[in-house]
Design a protein around this ligand. Structure first.
Ligand code: AHR
Length: 650
């Protein structure tokens, strides 16, 4: 038989043939299992850990519109600088006025510290822009510089341009800067030059020319390399906000970026009580950009909206939430969002989408209502949303929540309620330790096939005591995910969380991709997601040991396995995770197969339990790919090392 075998394996430890009794995994090729949804393996994006501003959004200037609670936060000033608030952008009214001091040419200045530094690379082009005017008319000159941090008596300048400002009308000025040296933690400095006419500056911006729709190219590439089927945004807890005033409101995130009002980020406060006072959302990365990114990635967009509840962890008093009879504006936001995404260009919100550059609809099919909510207060708010969305947009699939826990009171209460409310999917969250992941291989086998589908919307293995992106945690995720795939008839989508973290400003760990201002690196969990995402297949093929699912059950030597058939490539894709400390030989008995295999393409992933990638050593943990040859057989014997995840494509 000419078909190829691809095996993906995560391996930890050397293989000692015969160390454990050989298991036979039966793959019943005469039975077609469930279709595997294209949405199965996706992405969860939230602006946590400086994932948006300071992260994916490529803007390098912090507090570019002078709208933080302290309008000069992120800026240092010299000479005569005054903050004013009657600027050209109604919803971001602050700006700065620079006046001469009569001293030297460089006395009045503003300096931006960026997000953990303004970083720039030698010979790369950076686009600077600023809105400016000379309030009394006439002309003035500024000088824009990229500098390093002052050491030994003064900053060194690595790029510099002069801009002449003229007239009293607010005008956008631009220039490009090409640094002569790479600096990881530099600054942007703007001087008022002589003759010192007063000048006003607003919305100071600096982007690397190398960006994708305003987003960091390296990070977008890492997302694309996962081939995600669904893209959930904008969170997470930020959907709820620290309070209702700071909840995520999508309408504030569309239209001209200069006029998108700033919002406090709910992750200024963390569960561990660290405080990040300079964490805000500029919404430069807003809903339009999220939809465009989903399209670019080929992922179904999945926006999540506030249900009228602020963060329930932080707000125990019902007065902090919207009364049920006052939900109309929130429901209208949901209906308007669907119009923004899918409506004709003649509709109000469809017209805005077209004006922003995308007349074609975004083909949105899913909407989440509420993030990690719980209790009757959630159910009674969700119900009117469902009614209104069903009435106007019956084709849209609605996602409800089963709360913050993978089981327990909140979870047990909500699942039946979600069935009653008739949502299409239920969003389950589980940040749990190794043992939990290894005990949940059959979690979805017993789920009701007639009820709502599952969206495993936030999950990650949190190894007790250290919560790091160790290989061992990723191996547990790989094992657990065999159960997602085997149950593709009930699990429609799954997204690891959180996605991004800045090494200098994180609030939550582990995360899938870590970065600093210039570099980024995939974690072991990233590779597990990628192995699944690139090897999804289209149909489940029933796979068992002695008629039982291969799910780390008693007598199965810590093996987990699932098989998919890829109708496009006509390949069987066998995923095996050996979570035991022993290398194992496994016979793959392809029952009912017409023909034999002589080869498999194998992806193998193994490292030591606590191995992890870092920005300085990004390749410590990485899968390897190779071909394995067999004597023509319908029952190949494969080797899976201890603590190893392997994928075999036959
Ligand atoms: O992913 C981090 C947080 O975990 C999310 O914001 C929230 O939904 C959950 O508690």
């Amino acid at each position: 038989m000419k078909s190829k075998l691809i095996a993906i394996a995560l391996t930890a430890g050397s293989l000692v043939a015969g160390a454990a009794p050989m298991q036979t995994i039966t793959i019943n090729t005469s039975k077609k299992g469930a279709a595997i949804p294209e949405t199965m393996y996706g992405l969860f994006f939230e602006d946590i850990n400086f994932g948006a501003d300071g992260g994916l959004y490529a803007e390098k200037i912090k507090n570019r519109s002078f709208e933080f609670a302290n309008p000069l936060q992120g800026w240092s000033i010299a000479g005569k600088v005054e903050v004013k608030n009657d600027g050209p952008f109604e919803r971001n009214p602050h700006y700065v006025e620079l006046k001469g001091t009569g001293h030297n040419d460089k006395h009045t200045a503003i300096v931006n510290e960026g997000f953990f530094g303004v970083s720039f690379e030698k010979d790369s082009v950076y686009d600077f822009s600023v809105y400016a005017r000379v309030p009394d008319g006439g002309k003035a000159k500024i000088e824009v510089q990229l500098v390093d941090e002052a050491t030994h008596g003064g900053n060194q300048t690595y790029a510099s341009k002069k801009i002449e400002i003229s007239g009293s009308e607010w005008t956008k000025y631009t220039c490009e800067l090409t640094p002569s040296k790479t600096i990881h933690k530099g600054k942007l400095r703007i001087f008022l030059k002589k003759p010192e006419n007063t000048v006003d500056l607003e919305h100071v911006s600096l982007f690397p020319r190398n960006n994708v729709n305003g987003l960091r190219t390296d990070l977008v590439q890492k997302l694309a390399d996962l081939k995600p089927g669904v893209f959930r945004f904008p969170g997470g807890c930020i959907v709820e906000g620290t309070d209702l005033a700071t909840r995520y409101q999508w309408k504030n995130t569309v239209g001209a970026p200069e006029n998108r009002p700033l919002n406090e980020n709910r992750w200024q406060y963390t569960f561990t009580h660290h405080f990040f006072p300079d964490y805000y959302q500029t919404y430069g990365l807003g809903f339009y950009e999220y939809f465009v990114l989903s399209e670019l990635l080929g992922a179904a967009p999945l926006p999540v909206l506030n249900v009228g509840l602020s963060c329930q962890y932080q707000n125990h008093d019902m007065s902090a939430h919207v009364p049920v009879d006052e939900l109309d504006p929130y429901i209208q936001d949901a209906l308007d969002l669907i119009e923004f995404a899918n409506g004709p260009v003649t509709s109000k919100w469809g017209a805005l989408r077209a004006e922003m550059g995308h007349p074609e609809p975004f083909n949105m099919k899913y909407i989440g209502v509420g993030n990690e909510q719980w209790g009757p207060e959630y159910v009674e708010r969700l119900a009117p949303f469902v009614k209104a969305i069903r009435a106007k947009y019956p084709e849209i699939k609605i996602i409800g929540s089963s709360g913050p826990d993978s089981e327990g009171d909140k979870f047990e209460y909500l699942w039946p309620e979600m069935k009653k409310v008739k949502v299409d999917l239920v969003d389950e969250h589980f940040y749990r330790p190794d043992e939990w992941f290894l005990s949940q291989g059959t979690r979805y086998d017993s789920y009701d096939r007639k009820g709502p589908k599952v969206f495993a919307g936030e999950y990650a293995c949190h190894t007790k005591g250290h919560n790091q992106n160790h290989f061992g945690a990723a191996l547990c995720e790989a094992a657990f995910m065999t159960g997602l795939e085997r149950n593709a008839d009930v699990v429609e989508m799954a997204t690891y969380a959180p996605l991004f973290a800045h090494v200098d400003g994180w609030q939550w760990r582990p995360d899938m991709i870590w970065f600093d201002n210039l570099r980024s690196m995939p974690t072991a969990s990233y590779y597990v997601q990628q192995m699944y995402g690139l090897n999804r297949g289209s149909r489940v093929v029933p796979t068992s040991i002695d008629k039982r699912p291969v799910a780390g059950l008693e007598g199965q030597n810590g093996l987990f396995a699932t098989t998919a058939y890829d109708e496009a490539t006509k390949q069987y894709i066998v995923k095996i995770v050996n979570t035991s400390d022993e290398a194992q030989e496994v016979k793959l008995d392809f029952k009912g197969l017409k023909g034999k295999f002589d080869k498999a393409n194998v992806i193998s992933f193994h490292a030591e339990d606590k191995d992890e990638n870092t920005l300085d050593h990004p390749n410590t943990v990485k899968p390897v790919e190779y071909n394995e040859l067999f004597d023509a057989t319908a029952a190949p014997v494969v080797k899976v090392g201890a603590k190893t995840f392997k994928i075999f494509r036959f």
